[in-house]
Design a protein around this ligand. Structure first.
Ligand SMILES: Nc1ncnc2c1ncn2[C@@H]1O[C@H](COP(=O)(O)OP(=O)(O)OP(=O)(O)O)[C@@H](O)[C@H]1O
Ligand SMILES: [Mg+2]
Length: 237
């Protein structure tokens, strides 16, 4: 591999979340896979949509893979933000793929390969540049062959890398958090937190891991605005 090629591989893609790119060296690295972890209602889906909106603005086609929530519900919930989501859906710069349809309506489960190869063929066929899987946790619970996870994921990550496709996978935060395969496979892990302090709800973002970037791992204040999530450089309290 030549130096020019190595540097080209460090192209940055903006997260679409104001304030976040500055914390991670200018954005996510194109062609890599990132995890977004958070408890219920912490903003995972909102962040995922913002990430695709940012791509759509720059003519990068985005794929939103939904599992638990129906695409229609997600769209309705996002209408409260000034994202202009409907226009991007109409122009097909953002497309939904309802992977949960077969699982939750027909009770049909799939193998890791079936699910991920299916996604890869959509990515390739539609010229997708950004993918959001919401949530990876639901995907994992819908597979028939859990033991194959590391190999299937490793293959998926390499194919996305070859295609220069950046992927964000949301993960539901469990109270007894364990670091499983995806934490190690991912190039970056961003955590959304919410907790009570002095009878007040605190919302924060933490960059837990980001390969190749010197970053601060302390909690940063976040807020929901009409433009979606926004990160502030200061501590949340
Ligand atoms: N202006 C606001 N102020 C405070 N919280 C807000 C505001 N707007 C939205 N929220 C919170 O954001 C949540 C929705 O965010 P989102 O759906 O992105 O979270 P999520 O992490 O995907 O949730 P889930 O785990 O249920 O999928 C709402 O349930 C609400 O708690
Ligand atoms: Mg969600």
């Amino acid at each position: 591999m030549y130096v020019g090629e190595l540097l080209k591989n460090l192209d940055r893609v903006s997260t679409g979340v104001p304030g976040l790119d500055d914390l991670i060296g200018g954005g996510l690295i194109k062609g890599r896979v990132y995890l977004l972890i958070g408890p219920p209602g912490s903003g995972k889906t909102t962040f995922g949509i913002q990430f695709l909106i940012e791509g759509a603005k720059n003519d990068e086609k985005g794929l939103f893979v939904s599992l638990l929530e129906h695409p229609k519900t997600i769209t309705q919930n996002m209408l409260r933000y000034n994202f202009g989501l409907l226009n991007y859906l109409k122009s097909k710069r953002i497309v939904f793929y309802d992977l949960g349809e077969g699982v939750f309506r027909a009770g049909r489960r799939f193998t890791w390969s079936e699910a991920l190869d299916n996604l890869l063929s959509i990515v390739e066929g539609e010229g997708i540049k950004r993918v959001v899987i919401d949530s990876f946790t639901s995907l994992e619970h819908s597979v028939l062959d859990p033991d194959y996870k590391r190999i299937a994921l490793g293959r998926f990550v390499r194919k996305l890398h070859d295609m220069g496709v950046t992927c964000l996978m949301t993960v539901e935060m469990m109270s007894s958090e364990r670091y499983t395969d995806e934490y190690y496979l991912a190039d970056g892990v961003i955590v959304l937190h919410h907790f009570m302090r002095d009878y007040r709800m605190i919302r924060a973002l933490q960059v837990l891991k980001m390969h190749g970037v010197a970053h601060d791992t302390n909690l940063k204040k976040i807020r929901f605005t009409d433009e979606g999530l926004r990160v502030y450089p200061e501590a949340p309290f």
